[in-house]
Design a protein. Structure first.
Ligand SMILES: Nc1ncnc2c1ncn2[C@@H]1O[C@H](COP(=O)(O)OP(=O)(O)O)[C@@H](O)[C@H]1O
Ligand SMILES: [Mg+2]
Lengths: 234, 240
């Protein structure tokens, strides 16, 4: 119990002393995760919409595959990215292992199926509503996809935020591909793992509370968004 | 949107439509030349919706042929369809009207003029900036009609447009439809409301149980229909 109070105290001290190392770590966490979620969304939202409006033979299989990929263990993703980008791997020449870029790549792989799956469900529901109208208006497939993405933008933002929530707290993959190098690839989650290993529970907990605060802000945003969605305020 | 080539006549020959093993329409043959307001009549479940969707290209015939004067792809871009339950896009009222114009890249000046024209024609100008989902049933149907008319189609299909509405809304919608005719748009409307058919029809297509009973000019249909099913229907009997 004492450890928790110390952790809270440490968190407050770190925040209010504007601890330079802490801010570096928080910013890197945000940089890696926001970049990864942005890239993943750019792939997943059109993919989800395309899956909703398309009829093809492997459609059911593709959706099932997407849902399976959603459950990929991050550690395994990390391992695969590690092998691909290690010096002897096929992408070794890029020298990306142990850089934030490698961490972004791993996170993109982890959250793209999640965002695609959630957005596919949202867009499929809207497509059921719009189907007859958009066919009647002679829309092209491209116009349908753009219309559906735009008109379900609130739900899609929620999907992206869910991806953010998953990525910001992820430790296994980015530990493997990033290496938790101080001032280079250390982020909140890997720092917590390190401090816990060292026995500095107060610092680890302090970092943990900051992580929880970030996740909390994201969840509150999802909550407020889905509330405006229900009330159709924008 | 060019009015250059007419999409009429429409010819249907020996059409059959099936769904999940059920025959929804059978052996339907008739032509529309496009100069008359056409009302598709018949009891519930007689196939009115299916026939309208078929003509618009939303259903495919299992047998038979359906031909407009131009290719079916071109033909659909010169038609609009208003569904029985209006489909509101999750956008503002005015954005619902801009939408079909943007699809065909209309110049901005022209779109503004058209949108303003239809907002005032429907009496929705003061609700232009509201989400369309805030509208009442009657207002939704008026918006759906305006959205369908804004591209100046040659044919406007309306599937039971007033079935779920009260008398006042029905009057307003029929008044709106009368304004449409001088624009050179042919109206094809389905209804099971005899009064509405009498008020609007110049020509009647009567369906019963997926069969075409008759296609007649309105005065003749209401005085002396050719089919016994239509006679029973007009007499207010239950059509078997
Ligand atoms: N998707 C469908 N599958 C099977 N039967 C259908 C389907 N849609 C409509 N039907 C049936 O076809 C018949 C005609 O339907 P419909 O065209 O909607 O008639 P109406 O518009 O005149 O009420 C009805 O008996 C209805 O139950
Ligand atoms: Mg119907």
């Amino acid at each position: 119990m004492n450890d928790i109070w110390q952790g809270i105290g440490e968190a407050l001290r770190l925040v209010f002393s504007l601890d330079a190392d802490l801010f570096e770590i928080v910013l890197r966490s945000l940089h890696v995760t926001v970049t990864a979620v942005a890239i993943a969304s750019a792939i997943a939202l059109p993919l989800g919409a395309w899956l909703a409006v398309s009829r093809f033979r492997m459609r059911r299989f593709t959706i099932a595959a997407l849902n399976t990929l959603m459950g990929l263990p991050p550690v395994v993703v990390g391992l695969i990215v590690y092998i691909l980008f290690s010096r002897s791997g096929p992408f070794g020449v890029f020298g990306l292992l142990f850089t934030p870029t490698a961490m972004i790549i791993a996170q993109v792989i982890i959250v793209t199926p999640l965002i695609a799956s959630i957005s596919h469900q949202a867009i499929r529901d809207l497509w059921a509503d719009y189907h007859d109208l958009l066919i009647s208006l002679n829309t092209t497939k491209r116009q349908r996809i753009v219309t559906l993405i735009w008109d379900s933008r609130r739900s899609l933002l929620t999907a992206s935020l869910a991806g953010f929530g998953r990525a910001i707290g992820e430790v296994g993959a980015i530990m493997i591909v990033g290496g938790n190098i101080d001032h280079v690839t250390r982020v909140l989650t890997t720092a917590i793992a390190l401090e816990t290993g060292r026995g500095d529970f107060a610092l680890a907990l302090g970092l943990g509370f900051i992580l929880i605060a970030l996740a909390f802000i994201v969840n509150m945003t999802i909550h407020v968004l889905s509330k405006t969605e229900r009330e159709r305020r924008w | 949107m060019s009015q250059s080539s007419s999409i009429f006549p429409l010819r249907l020959e020996n059409i059959q439509v099936r769904k999940r093993g059920n025959v929804l329409l059978n052996d339907i043959s008739f032509s529309l030349v496009g100069n008359l307001t056409t009302v598709v009549m018949g009891p519930n479940g007689s196939g009115k919706t299916t026939l309208m969707r078929l003509m618009h290209g939303l259903e495919r015939p299992r047998q038979g042929s359906l031909n407009w004067a131009i290719t079916s792809e071109q033909a659909r871009s010169k038609q609009s369809f208003v569904f029985q339950t209006p489909i509101m896009m999750r956008r503002r009222v005015d954005e619902n009207l801009y939408y079909p114009l943007k699809l065909v890249a209309t110049p901005k000046q022209e779109t503004d003029l058209l949108v303003n024209h239809w907002l005032s024609a429907t009496g929705l100008a003061n609700k232009a900036k509201l989400p369309a989902q805030f509208l009442s049933g009657g207002e939704r149907q008026k918006l759906a009609i305006a959205r369908a008319m804004i591209t100046k189609p040659q044919v406007l299909f309306l599937d039971e447009p007033t079935t779920n509405l009260d008398g006042q809304s029905t009057r307003e919608i029929e008044a709106l439809l009368r304004k449409v005719k001088p624009d050179g748009t042919c109206i094809v409307l389905s209804t099971h409301d005899l009064g509405q058919a009498k008020r609007l029809a110049e020509q009647v297509v009567f369906l019963n149980k997926g069969h075409l009973c008759e296609v007649s000019d309105a005065p003749q249909f209401f005085q002396k229909p050719q089919s016994s099913a239509a006679q029973l229907y007009l007499d207010g009997d239950i059509v078997e």
